[in-house]
Design a protein around this ligand. Structure first.
Ligand SMILES: Cc1cc2nc3c(=O)[nH]c(=O)nc-3n(C[C@H](O)[C@H](O)[C@H](O)COP(=O)(O)OP(=O)(O)OC[C@H]3O[C@@H](n4cnc5c(N)ncnc54)[C@H](O)[C@@H]3O)c2cc1C
Length: 378
């Protein structure tokens, strides 16, 4: 490792995925001396295998704080993308034209309408439209006959998630953060006002630490009196060759990337720490994509992968400062693309000593100990 890497910082962020880097970027941009320690290429990394949606609609229907939090991030996203573009020259290719959630039966469509109407009644400003098959065909001419309708909201968008990860790394460094790879954190020692982060090679100290280690948070949190019982949830994704532009909107299962390829997503599977692909699941994903846009049946698939989501027992995030070890924070969620802007602009000021964002009071990890678990995250 480069000997010039300092042993101390104002804040040490453990984890260099989308969550850790969004927080680190926000911290460094605000002038905090920030050190990021990231495990290495053998780690499970959701940030390198996701679907790229900046998605709002339907999220948090039984936990409205999560809807508000998600919406606040979507609103801050344009500023994040523009800042990163100016500072790093990386265009993360954000577009927020609104998104479609396709329904394949009348029942599904009715349930969708009920959910979004309920959210609109509770939240007020929550625009959405329900479209029947004919309406939808007028908006998306390539749609297939198996789609009976869809919900549309203007709140949704998508980005190129790999460009986002690259931009956050470059942006954090641009503002003076140090990011060190191949540096697995194996322990955390605490003394009043100071944490010592232990790795096989070196020890680092800081008055504040942020645990943003994805699936690694489960073990690390215990060192500082936090509870983060996250577990893997596998998603498989398929990508096609590049095709002519046909879809300028993201949809929940199919999107055309900024480079022209078509991404088909994504399964939700409880298979432990197994991030391989399986043909049966990929076949279902492809089938759903073709049912949505039949012309895709003739498009060649070029790549498929599996990646592990970082999932809490109720699917909602865990954001908390330790009561027993003040200055230690855990930050983890399963929608790190969507929430990147909130993490950079609202979590980072909290870590710096500001007020905790008001929506986050309900997302402490203790809820899993006291049984106040919410039922659904989506
Ligand atoms: C198939 C799929 C589709 C998805 N689609 C979307 C989507 O459309 N929109 C959306 O918003 N989100 C989506 N997500 C979720 C999103 O990818 C994740 O929320 C996000 O990537 C999580 O980022 P993270 O930094 O917490 O975790 P990770 O990317 O897993 O990063 C954790 C980092 O911590 C490091 N680490 C772990 N342990 C240690 C340790 N002990 N010491 C040091 N470093 C450590 C690892 O090296 C790793 O780099 C999707 C995820 C999947 C799998």
């Amino acid at each position: 490792m480069n000997e010039t890497v300092p042993n101390t910082a104002d804040v040490i962020v453990v984890g260099g995925g989308l969550v850790g880097m969004a927080v680190a970027y926000g911290l460094a941009k605000a002038g905090t001396n920030t050190l990021v320690l990231d495990q290495g290429d053998d780690a499970f990394r959701a940030s390198r295998g996701n679907f790229g949606l900046v998605w709002v609609q339907g999220k948090g229907f039984d936990r409205l704080e999560y809807s508000r939090w998600t919406r606040s991030s979507a609103r801050a996203w344009a500023g994040l993308a523009e800042g990163l573009r100016q500072e790093t020259d990386v265009d993360v290719r954000l577009t927020q034209p609104g998104g479609f959630h396709m329904c394949f039966s009348d029942n599904e469509l009715a349930e969708r309408q009920a959910r979004l109407a309920g959210m609109q009644a509770a939240l007020g400003d929550y625009p959405f439209e329900m479209l029947d098959g004919a309406d939808l065909k007028a908006r998306l001419p390539g749609i297939g006959p198996k789609v009976v309708g869809a919900s549309y909201t203007p709140m949704d968008g998508h980005v190129n998630p790999l460009k986002l990860l690259r931009a956050l790394h470059a942006g954090a460094r641009h503002h003076g953060a140090t990011v060190v790879g191949r540096m697995p954190v194996t322990g955390i020692e605490s003394a009043p006002g100071e944490f010592t982060v232990v790795t096989p090679e070196r020890r680092f100290t800081a008055p504040r630490i942020v645990l943003a280690a994805g699936l690694g948070n489960r073990v690390l949190a215990e060192h500082v009196g936090l509870h983060a019982p996250v577990a893997p949830n596998r998603g498989q994704v398929l990508v096609s060759e590049r095709v002519r532009p046909f879809l300028k909107y993201p949809t929940i299962n199919v999107r055309q990337t900024d480079e022209g390829s078509v991404q088909f997503g994504d399964s939700m599977e409880e298979v432990g720490f197994n991030d391989l692909t399986t043909t049966d699941v990929l076949a279902k994903i492809a089938q759903r994509g073709v049912s949505t846009f039949p012309f895709l049946a003739d498009v060649r698939m070029v790549r498929a992968w599996g990646a592990l989501r970082v999932m809490s027992p109720d699917g909602y995030p865990i954001y908390q400062q330790s009561e027993s070890h003040p200055g230690a924070f855990v930050v983890t969620c399963h929608s790190g693309v969507t929430l990147a802007a909130a993490h950079a602009t609202r979590i980072a000021p909290w870590i710096r000593g500001g007020e905790r964002p008001e929506e986050l009071a309900v997302f402490a990890g203790e809820r899993f100990l006291t049984g106040e678990v919410f039922s659904h995250a989506h």
